[in-house]
Design a protein around this ligand. Structure first.
Ligand code: 4NP
Length: 163
């Protein structure tokens, strides 16, 4: 089982969207028994809350239902997950700081957009203070980057080449 954790600041916009999109992709690829996706936030402000209504509405447009509550990243995550993928550089640097406190960090810490063929290493901008259009842009960006990530996983772990 390969475990992937998506992380943003609040765990109500970007990382739950990434989780929902990736979950749909692994289901459609028939590998949902082999990969587990989850998401978490750096901050504690929104713990226990559902995803932002604009994130949910955008996902619903693409046939994705998301029924989850926000949680904060915790110590165990750094040993439980194979990949921890950050939404932006600040989140990645916060993750690296947190990981450096634990001797047992096993996870690979990377950016979600390291796998975006259009802009590898780019950021997923925070849409929280913007309008619904920003959520649509986040969706498109995540979809593209996660397709790249999926290919990476297929090559690396399942030895499957591109069609
Ligand atoms: P997210 O967006 O990190 O994509 O979930 C945010 C949500 C809430 C806040 C910041 C970013 N906030 O400051 O409350």
């Amino acid at each position: 089982m390969i475990k992937v954790l998506f992380v943003c600041l609040g765990n109500i916009c970007r990382s739950p969207m990434a989780e929902g999109i990736f979950q749909q992709m692994i289901y459609e690829a028939g590998i949902d028994k082999k990969i587990k996706a989850d998401s978490a936030g750096i901050g504690s402000w929104h713990i226990g809350e559902p995803a932002d209504p604009r994130a949910l509405r955008t996902l619903q447009k693409y046939g994705i239902q998301l029924n989850r509550r926000a949680r904060q990243i915790q110590r165990d995550d750094f040993t439980n997950f194979d990949y921890i993928l950050a939404a932006d550089h600040k989140v990645l640097s916060d993750l690296k700081k947190l990981a450096s406190r634990h001797i047992t960090t096993r996870s690979r810490l990377m950016l979600i957009r390291d796998f975006d063929p259009l802009m590898p290493g780019g950021e997923v901008p925070d849409p929280y203070y913007k309008d619904i259009q920003a959520f649509e842009q986040v969706y498109q960006m995540l979809k593209r980057a996660l397709q790249g990530f999926m290919e990476h996983i297929q090559h690396t772990h399942f030895h499957i080449q591109d069609q």
